[in-house]
Design a protein around this ligand. Structure first.
Ligand code: PMP
Length: 432
């Protein structure tokens, strides 16, 4: 059976044979493109056939400092020679110094709970919130993804993840995501208040400052002020999932800083180490840390020396190369460049985002998301031009989330290519 991958890579080549092996031996083989990667540098990935691809994904907001930044690589190699792993119950300089640095980035007063993956850190945050408040319920948002472990799936609002693996319970409720395109007059702040009042008082409200997976969807400043106030009113904590939005991605160190929020627990992962070594944390206000007791919080691979070395190097690069400001500047340039597309092409419904977390949403003439084929067509067309981008779930949104080190020229080239492909698909009637 021919797939979109064959379409891109033809029927020969290393990437194709790796895809075949993947399908034979891996339970969840790749169905996405590019098939196989062997390396990368800066904003470029290199695939198994040696093609250089301008990456607009950052591996889903991981490679904020670019692929294989030399300073991150060097720090990891140096640390590996000394000690990669230490017994989890022994401290080491890296652990406390990264924790201090992250607390400083948040304005001070936070303590870290150490883990290896985003899902694990979300679960840790949920446990802390439940123990600290003595409550069980969590209020999340529809379509919001917070991880693939059972607890994080249940707390997130992606309907496909609920039916079989996790039952619905009165302890998990979901407010509508603040989707401006589909609001139909809904007051999202009022809807959240209704959900908060509709069952057992919640331990926490769990949200991303910008909902990445559904298609870079966010509310306005009043919405986030209302979330903050509503949490205070019902005595719930705010858990801010910054797994995808942290470390400069949105043009602030953390996404919630766009909205002036004051979260109780901030969850970080992904770009913390530029992806060099898995590392994640639930950063909680100091007074919550007394809830952290007993064996439920241990993590064998949480903040090992190798990961902490990668984190320090990544944070150094973000600061020394001024990547937070760079994301803000390039993001604004992107919004300016693309804003005319909504009027120019009937299928382009919205351009949105903050910093280098941007999305182009496409809808059919009735305002509904497209099924996969037009989005696969668009990403395939871009890939043929050496540009690698991915669509979102829930809405048909092309995600633009390149490494923050992307050059001015490459960013401009990518935006031009995207408009050219949209124009050609429109001309040929391929958006349907
Ligand atoms: N939260 C968000 C917002 C995410 O995007 C993801 C991963 N895509 C996670 C949590 C889970 O992180 P991980 O895959 O490292 O467990």
């Amino acid at each position: 059976m021919s797939t979109v991958l064959d379409n891109i890579h033809g029927t020969t080549g290393s990437a194709k044979s790796l895809a075949d092996r993947d399908r034979e031996f891996v339970a969840r083989p790749t169905t996405r493109i590019p098939v196989a990667v062997t390396g990368g540098d800066g904003a470029y990935l290199v695939d198994a056939d040696g093609r250089r691809l301008l990456d607009l994904t950052s591996g889903w907001n991981v490679a904020n400092t670019g692929w294989n930044h030399p300073r991150v690589v060097e720090a990891v190699v140096r640390q590996a020679r000394q000690m990669s792993f230490s017994p989890p119950w022994c401290t080491h300089d890296g652990r406390s110094s990264v924790a201090e640095r992250l607390s400083d980035l948040l304005g001070g007063g936070y303590k870290a709970l150490c883990g290896a993956t985003g899902s694990e850190a979300v679960e840790a945050a949920l446990k802390v919130a439940r123990r600290a408040t003595g409550r069980q319920a969590i209020v999340g948002f529809t379509e919001a993804y917070h991880g693939g472990t059972l607890g994080s799936m249940q707390a997130g609002g992606v309907p496909q993840l609920h039916a079989v693996d996790v039952p619905s319970t009165e302890f998990h409720r979901y407010a509508p995501i603040p989707d401006a395109l589909r609001s139909n007059g809904v007051d999202y702040a009022a809807a959240l208040r209704e959900v908060l009042a509709s069952g057992p008082a919640p331990a926490a409200i769990l949200l991303e400052p910008i909902f990445t997976n559904p298609g870079v969807i966010h509310g306005d400043a009043q919405f986030y002020a209302a979330v903050q106030q509503a949490a205070r009113d019902v005595g719930a904590l705010i858990i801010m999932d910054e797994v995808g939005t942290g470390f400069g991605r949105t043009g602030h160190a953390f996404g919630f800083q766009h909205w002036g929020m004051d979260p109780d627990i901030v969850v970080v992962a992904k770009a913390l180490t530029s992806g060099a070594v898995p590392m994640a944390g639930a950063l909680m206000k100091e007074d919550l840390s007394s809830a952290v007791a007993g064996p439920g919080f241990s993590s064998t691979f949480g903040w090992v020396p190798l990961a902490c070395a990668a984190a320090h190097a990544s944070l150094d690069v973000i600061s020394d190369e001024d990547l937070v400001a760079r994301a803000a500047t390039l993001g604004q340039r992107g919004l300016d460049r693309l804003s005319s597309l909504v009027a120019a092409y009937p299928s382009v419904a919205a351009i949105r985002g903050k910093g280098l977390e941007m999305g182009i949403e496409f809808t059919d003439e009735s305002g509904k998301p497209f099924s996969r084929p037009p989005m696969e067509n668009l990403t395939s067309r871009l890939l043929r031009r050496g540009i690698f981008a991915e669509p979102s779930s829930y809405t048909s949104t092309l995600l633009l989330m390149p490494p923050l080190v992307i050059s001015d020229e490459d960013w401009a080239r990518a935006l031009d290519a995207i408009e050219e492909e949209i124009a050609d698909m429109t001309r040929k009637g391929e958006f349907q």
